[in-house]
Write a protein that binds this ligand. Structure first.
Ligand code: FAD
Ligand code: NAP
Length: 434
């Protein structure tokens, strides 16, 4: 009898896990991929920037896994809402949690909750059309915006703010969002790193793209573009060289300006009713290599602060969780008997899509070795349990209906290959469910 495994979450980690389970030859395995949204692919659909179309096309690889005969997609099913861990363990031989990292890390400074102070998670969800965020959520009515953090997500956010709506027209950005981007008042974007250029987390390719923006001049202050020390890895040296070359550039009078700043940490977001400024303190590294303030301050007159300082996983009901690492404690993917974890929930919110493949393979190796020779769970199909609770999962074919409606919408609007449908209702309507 085949091993029945539930994978929770259909992002890259969940789908690579399903692939590793069914493509090994030691054991026949059947996999149900349970996903809280009606749509698969996790951050590939709702994270990867809309203008990075070649990366988004990884979805074409992931779809082939969902189309394998041993794999089933069950959308609109949320662990903790529709099913409990006990339900899963009574239904499957094993369960693998792959729910990623859905919320923002906090800065912990005064003013962080003022209107106009926005988590990158929310802003990314907005321009990616995630059903958790209303397309009318943001109006870009400030002329100056600060983006805190110098990682690849910050770079994505900056690019979306700096480009014209016309440049994003051929992407899958929801139409309401595109209209709001077209009305953007943003003229100056400050991107702020709390350490030096040599410590920035963005990758060279992504950084270079900022220097090629047609609609924005990129400015770096010569005194901030200096890296301390030398002998950096190639990527880091590449970043430092690019930033130094930008410090020598003269602005060319493009409509927008991007100021990339270093050695500044946010200490307060200012404003009474909403964000009116951002107070920064100049930093240096202490003897032990930690960021420390110098007591020298500067205030930026921004009306919006985008906090892009990393994502964070949330605990799943009934699943162990470390508040220290904000991950599910595990040994090579094993959490407890018959429970496993993979992806960002397992190792934290770092790494590119491909990193999840080897990570998933490790978890699957552990699972197969643990369950070898074990008696199978006599299970009833999960749909019976869900039906008793009034839940009918969105099938893979129904998801294809949503995709087709998005392609049709793009044709109607004269845009690119697809335009995202926004809101659960619109998606369910598209697959004939509402
Ligand atoms: C904004 C952003 C842009 C990125 N861009 C790139 C890029 O261009 N290139 C690159 O290589 N990497 C990129 N990454 C990194 C890449 O997206 C991650 O490495 C990868 O998505 C992590 O995979 P995951 O499956 O662990 O999590 P996710 O992709 O987040 O998938 C988790 C899935 O679980 C589902 N889920 C959550 N809770 C539940 C629940 N209770 N029940 C059922 N389902 C649930 C979610 O809806 C989601 O579909 C980006 C990351 C971010 C945040
Ligand atoms: N195109 C791509 O390949 C792509 C696109 C997007 C995302 N990703 C990947 O997804 C992962 C997540 O990216 P991310 O940008 O969210 O995270 P990240 O790479 O960890 O970057 C987080 C940034 O926030 C800063 N930061 C953290 N806490 C701060 C604080 N309290 N005050 C000021 N700054 C603070 C960090 O600075 P310190 O270094 O000083 O802590 C760092 O610059 C990364 O692995 C990334 O490469 C890849």
């Amino acid at each position: 009898m085949a091993l029945h495994v539930a994978v929770i979450g259909s992002g890259p980690a969940g789908i690579y896990t399903a692939e590793a389970l069914v493509k090994q030859s030691a054991e026949p395995v059947e996999v149900d991929v349970l996903e809280r949204l009606p749509t698969p692919y996790g951050l590939v659909r709702y994270g990867v920037a809309p203008d990075h179309t070649s990366i988004k096309s990884i979805a074409n690889y992931l779809r082939r896994v969902l189309e394998l005969p041993q794999v089933r997609f069950l959308g609109g099913v949320e662990l903790g809402v529709h099913l409990s861990v006990a339900d899963l363990l009574a239904t499957y031989d094993a369960v693998i949690y792959c729910t990623g990292a859905m919320v923002d890390r906090r800065l912990g400074i005064p003013g962080e909750d003022l209107p106009g102070s926005v988590a990158a998670t929310d802003f990314v969800n907005w321009y990616c059309g995630h059903p958790d965020v209303d397309p009318g959520r943001f109006t870009l009515d400030s002329t100056e915006v600060a983006v805190i953090g110098v990682g690849n997500v910050a770079v994505d956010v900056v690019r979306v703010l700096a480009k014209t709506a016309e440049e994003l027209r051929a992407t899958d950005v929801p139409h309401d969002v595109l209209e709001r981007l077209a009305g953007s008042q943003v003229k100056v974007i400050h991107m702020i790193g709390r350490r030096g250029p040599e410590h920035a987390k963005f990758t060279l390719k992504e950084l270079r793209e900022l220097g090629e923006l047609a609609n924005a001049d990129v400015c770096v202050r010569p005194d901030e573009a200096v890296a301390l020390g030398g002998g950096f890895p190639r990527q880091v040296q590449g970043n430092v060289d690019v930033l130094r070359s930008w410090a020598a550039r003269e602005p060319e009078g493009r409509p927008r300006r991007l100021d990339v700043r270093f050695w500044l940490r946010p200490v307060e977001i200012l404003g009474d009713e909403r964000v009116e400024g951002l107070r920064l303190e100049r930093t240096r590294l202490s003897e032990d290599g930690r960021v420390t303030g110098t007591g020298e301050y500067e205030t930026l007159p921004v009306g919006m602060v985008l906090r892009s300082v990393g994502y964070q996983s949330v605990p799943l009901p009934g699943v162990p969780f470390s508040e220290e690492s904000m991950t599910v404690p595990n040994e090579a993917g094993r959490v407890r008997d018959r429970e496993y974890v993979a992806g960002w929930l397992k190792r934290g919110p770092t790494g590119v899509i491909g990193t999840n493949k080897s990570d998933a393979a490790e978890t699957v190796r552990t699972l197969l070795s643990d369950l070898e020779g074990r008696e199978r769970v006599a299970h009833a199909p999960v749909e019976e349990l869900l039906a008793a609770r009034g839940v009918r999962p969105v099938t893979y074919e129904e998801w294809l209906g949503i995709e087709a409606a998005e392609e049709e919408l793009a044709r109607t609007l004269g845009r690119g290959e697809r335009v995202k449908l926004v809101g659960l209702e619109a998606m369910l309507r598209a697959c004939g469910r509402a």
